[in-house]
Write a protein that binds this ligand. Structure first.
Ligand code: MRU
Length: 365
């Protein structure tokens, strides 16, 4: 997607030195656009853990490039374990690391240069597939938006989203926002309600920035506003991303998603989850019981950062000095609240039957 008119992906190899991985630093957005360079597995580990990069697809692609850098350092299995240990919820991470290990299975027989080139091509393929799958998700989701627009007589389609499942969360295009971009580019009037997404505010700092860069009309809303808007007919559909979806269609996504899904069902608003195939976990069925939920540092709840009126970036404490806090990063929306799943293969019901209709090769698992 474009930043100030120039095309960027969220991760790429430096043109003049392909042993250097470049990323957009998501910690400084929206106030400054900064590129960072990662040169070691440790740099990659820190970038994922400390959320310089985040979002299911981008975490996977970054880990894949981490395994590429690991071929310069030696112990592939140790690097794989280090990378997998960074964040537990998004399935894309372990999926990408395991895919890289599978591609490098014959590495013992390769010389170092062959091993490095094999890994570079494999990481590049994971990144390219991620971008292509997200582009296709946009086209499938566009059909849903078109159908709603046809009933609105030229009024904008109001879409609510939670967190950031735009291009910043993937290699390009995004999942939840890809249909929005496709609709906007096709001239369909759309408007997005952007949940701020406490505690890390991915909606306020990333989704709002992305939509602004693309020119898509949007309004930032407090996390608690969605139910009210749905009750008053101000939301035509909800689209979120996902970090892990079980074979039965239960979906883990950023904390707060479940509440939006419950409110949507209560108000008769369709609730869609968009995801590439790397986000399915076909080994799990019961999302509430089985999906690991990351618990992050309480400091993310106790403090907030932003730009002061004088333009300085500062962090302030929100609560009394001694207040303890808890910080679960994700929640699970049971399949019964989800109107449909949008993947690169099409749209299906959030049920085992629906999912296996799109992924028949997973029937045996
Ligand atoms: O903690 P994050 O920012 O890595 O959370 C992941 C997400 O971005 C969201 O849950 C998103 O909606 C799905 S992943 C694109």
């Amino acid at each position: 997607m474009n930043v100030n008119g120039q095309h960027y992906r969220t991760i790429w190899l430096k043109e003049t030195d392909n042993k250097v991985v470049r990323i957009i630093n998501q910690l400084t957005l929206p106030h400054s656009f900064e590129i960072r360079e990662l040169r070691t597995v440790e740099d990659i580990r820190r970038a994922i853990k400390d959320m310089y990069v985040r979002g299911a697809g981008l975490i996977g692609a970054t880990a894949a490039y981490g395994m590429y850098l690991a071929t310069f350092e030696g112990d592939l299995l140790r690097s794989a374990a280090i990378l997998k240990d960074t964040r537990p919820t998004a399935s894309n991470l372990a999926w990408a690391v395991d895919s890289m290990l599978a591609k490098l299975a014959g590495a013992a027989a390769m010389n170092p240069a062959q091993k490095q080139e094999t890994a570079r091509l494999a990481a590049q393929a994971i990144a390219d597939d991620d971008a292509d799958y997200c582009r296709r998700i946009g086209l499938h989701g566009l059909d849903i938006i078109k159908a709603i627009a046809a009933k609105k007589g030229g009024e904008p389609v109001n879409i609510l989203t939670h967190c950031n499942a735009g291009w910043l969360a993937f290699v390009d295009y995004g999942t939840a926002l890809s249909p929005v971009y496709a609709a906007f580019d096709a001239g369909i009037p759309v408007h997005v309600w952007v949940d701020e997404t406490r505690p890390r505010n991915q909606g306020a700092s990333l989704t709002a920035w992305e939509l602004g860069q693309h020119g898509v009309p949007h309004d930032l809303i407090p996390d608690n506003a969605g139910g009210h808007l749905m009750q008053h007919g101000m939301v035509d559909m909800v689209i979120t991303g996902a970090d892990r979806v079980t074979r039965a269609g239960d979906a883990a996504n950023k904390i707060g998603t479940y509440l939006k899904a419950v409110a949507a069902k209560e108000s008769g608003v369709p609730f869609y989850v968009a995801l590439p195939s790397s986000t399915f976990d076909f080994t799990m069925r019961d999302g509430l019981a089985e999906i690991p939920i990351e618990e992050r540092d309480a400091a993310e709840v106790r403090y907030i950062s932003g730009k002061t009126l004088s333009g300085a970036i500062e962090t302030v404490q929100l609560c009394p000095d001694s207040t303890p806090a808890r910080n679960w990063g994700f929640d699970v929306t049971p399949a019964r609240y989800i109107s449909g799943l949008i993947s690169e293969r099409g749209i299906c019901a959030a049920s085992e039957q629906g999912i296996l209709g799109l992924y028949p090769e997973q029937s045996h698992v």
